[in-house]
Design a protein around this ligand. Structure first.
Ligand code: FES
Length: 270
């Protein structure tokens, strides 16, 4: 290959490196996305040109047919073939600087593609599996007022949130006060996740006569006195129950998070 062609490939690789680095610099410093687009486009075009040149000018074009002959070959012939092969290899070996530039261009271009991943925002961590409920968290209404053990009439319900997280939809729950003769409650109270396990609508309707929670979206019905079990409807999983207790000050508190993920997302992933 002529030195001019080698120089052309090297120039294209150099442009790809510079444009990729420019892209990263612009990504972190300039608010205008236009320059990012220009830089990455130039890098991609230069890299494509360099690779095309590499393919046309550096890689051998000859069609090689390996004739099958009777083996073993005579020793002299084998030695001659080996010499030829080594000579061919030397022929296609390229100056190291071109290979180094190719590696540099590919590396910087890959870095330019990876860096914008940070724009996707914070990692979801374990948000799918946990809410903001923690042991000792006070149960508060939508207006932020805590729920006292005497704060609700029997057979009535209220939407509750963890204290300090009334904007957290994942944590919302429905607190219900049941008659004292029903066991398994915290001073008559039970709380269930407000997110329907079918499609995530708020399970907001408490039917006191039947002690059921009804989801208005597709009419799934959940059993309040039986661990939120599904009584009917498209939902196929019980509402997670929030463990609660009455604190020494008479305020209702969580004993911990829901024992399982809330809403439909987790279950739909199969
Ligand atoms: S979202 Fe509740 S039944 Fe469909």
């Amino acid at each position: 290959m002529s030195p001019r062609k080698e120089l052309g490939i090297a120039g294209a690789l150099l442009i790809a490196v510079v444009a990729s680095v420019l892209f990263i610099v612009v990504y972190f410093t300039a608010p205008d996305r236009l320059y990012e687009g220009l830089a990455i486009a130039i890098a991609a075009a230069a890299l494509s040109l360099a690779l095309a040149g590499w393919a046309f000018w550096i890689l051998p074009f000859e069609h090689v047919v390996d004739a099958i002959e009777t083996y073993p070959s005579p020793p002299g012939e084998r030695a001659a073939e080996q010499t030829l092969a080594v000579a061919d290899l030397r022929k296609i070996a390229r100056p190291r600087f071109l290979v180094a530039m190719l590696v540099g261009a590919l590396g910087s271009f890959a870095a330019a593609l990876i860096v914008p991943i940070r724009s996707l925002g914070p990692a979801p961590d374990d948000q799918l599996f946990h809410t903001r409920w923690r042991p000792g968290k006070r149960l508060v209404r939508e207006d932020g007022t805590p729920v006292h053990v005497d704060g609700l009439n029997v057979d009535s319900s209220v939407a509750i949130f963890p204290d300090g997280a009334i904007d957290d939809a994942q944590s919302q729950a429905t607190l219900i006060r049941l008659p004292p003769d029903i066991g398994g409650t915290a001073a008559g109270y039970v709380a269930y996740s407000r997110l329907c396990t079918h499609a995530g609508c708020p399970v907001a309707l408490y039917r006191a006569a039947a002690r059921e929670l009804l989801c208005p979206c597709h009419q799934s019905v959940f059993d309040v006195v039986n661990e939120g079990a599904v009584l009917s409807g498209p939902a196929d999983h019980a509402l997670p129950r929030l463990p609660i207790e009455v604190g020494p000050d008479g305020i209702l508190r969580a004993r911990g998070d829901f024992p399982e993920p809330v809403g439909p997302g987790f279950w739909e992933r199969g």
